[in-house]
Ligand binder design. Structure first.
Ligand code: DI6
Ligand code: FE
Length: 413
């Protein structure tokens, strides 16, 4: 007993109920009642049942959780948090009958945000984006993926990535950055999408990789964006620079983007409303995570849901993320996404929480260090004033976060 790492921890939470979300723990939510979790040097160093612990021998600070639930920190694995301006006018246009695709074809949509983002310098862009990051973090998000994709020139994409990397200097959140230069064709390349893809492959990807500004490369495979052939060139360039890939796929139509992503062993394929069985099979075979984005589905009032039953049957890991962006999901709340993943897509509360923890970590290639409560992982976790973890997906808008722990330290936002 005395040589348990628990006795050399810096901080120990006793009388806790752990929703470990670890598949090695057979109960729903990987739940462990009456447990102790200990932290040392920012990592989870011990998880033990209460009955095996000699409380008086603990050396670190002891925190009595009083039976409260502890979950892993939430992970938002798909966001466009960094951008300038807003697109509130487009919701009026859409409610008067224009579709998202109509607005994009008229030079609005993503390009409207490109204009607003290019106009800001780094400090202005950081200040515009920080309130959104803080909103996510205040709810319990401890890791956020942030994409570029509103710059669409070499300089503006790198500017976005630098802001994304730096934005967390003021906030206790981990950031994972993704290059999304292949988001849409900028006006300088109107009618010449292949020339723009060449710029992405030959200049933007190499520069972002050389400057260590990106963790992965994403793209938009869609009628209003890039074809599977063009996307394949981007993926190949990313892999030549040692970068993992992911895709916005099957959001508005079925282009076979998920199959393509699977062929390149993508970390994730995201959206997937129009995914078919062949796409599901491809994701299952490649171990690619299906990232569902109920905020965009809801905000665009999409007519078709992603094929959750097929994904489940094939054993594809399902993540849930906010897609926080000005056009299709101006909703800075991962808790709201958990709720909508259940009400709109039919996930169970346990599946939705796994989608914002274990599977979200996998979608970022960070499953070794994040996403579950397990010895050796980063000590990012949340103590909640709830009776049952299902409340996290059920109730919305009431602050139930008692303690937000980031790298082992208290980190309120
Ligand atoms: N799909 C989306 O939902 C976001 N990007 C994408 O490719 C929306 C981006 C936007 O409308 O600004
Ligand atoms: Fe997106």
């Amino acid at each position: 007993m005395s040589d348990s790492p628990l006795y050399s921890c810096d901080r120990v939470w006793i009388n806790a109920r752990l929703a470990t979300m670890d598949t090695a723990v057979p109960a729903l939510y990987g739940a462990l009642d009456d447990h102790v979790i200990g932290v040392r040097s920012g990592k989870i160093a011990a998880i033990e049942p209460m009955e095996r612990v000699a409380i008086d021998r603990l050396n670190g600070t002891v925190i009595d959780a009083g039976g409260a639930w502890i979950t892993p920190g939430l992970i938002d694995c798909h966001t466009h948090t960094v951008y300038g301006g807003n697109r509130a006018k487009e919701i009026e246009m859409r409610l008067c009958g224009a579709s998202y695709e109509d607005i994009a074809r008229q030079g609005g949509g993503i390009l409207a945000t490109v204009r607003a983002t290019r106009a800001l310098d780094e400090e202005q862009l950081r200040r515009a984006s920080l309130p959104r990051l803080r909103a996510l973090a205040a709810e319990g998000v401890t890791t956020v993926e942030i994409k570029s994709g509103y710059g669409l020139t070499l300089a503006d994409e790198l500017k976005m990535l630098r802001v994304a990397r730096r934005i967390a200097d003021d906030a206790p959140v981990r950031i994972s950055t993704t290059l999304l230069a292949a988001h849409t064709v900028p006006w300088e390349y109107a009618g010449r999408p292949d020339d723009y893809i060449e710029l992405v492959c030959n200049q933007i990807i190499p520069a972002a990789a050389a400057k260590h500004l990106v963790d992965a490369v994403d793209l938009f495979c869609e009628r209003i964006a890039f074809s599977p052939e063009q996307c394949a060139r981007v993926f190949a360039a990313a892999q030549n620079h040692g970068l993992r890939v992911k895709a916005h796929a099957e959001q508005l139509s079925n282009q076979g983007g998920a199959r393509l992503a699977a062929r390149f062993s993508a970390l994730s394929a995201d959206h997937l409303e129009y995914l078919d069985q062949s796409g599901v099979d491809a994701l299952a075979a490649s171990g690619t995570v299906a990232v569902l984005l109920p905020g965009a589905f809801y905000f665009l009032r999409e007519p078709q849901k992603p094929p959750v039953d097929l994904l489940r049957a094939a054993g594809v890991p399902i993540a849930v993320a906010s897609d926080l962006n000005p056009g299709t999901s101006p909703l800075a709340s991962l808790r709201l996404m958990l709720n909508m993943a259940c009400t709109l897509f039919g996930l169970t509360p346990e599946e939705s929480l796994a989608g914002a923890t274990r599977h979200a970590a996998q979608a970022l290639g960070l499953a070794e260090n994040l996403g579950t409560l397990a010895v050796g992982k980063e000590a990012d976790f949340l103590v909640w004033d709830i009776e049952h973890p299902a409340e996290l997906a059920c109730e919305f808008g009431v602050p139930r976060l008692r303690q937000r722990v980031f790298q082992g330290r208290d980190a309120t936002v």
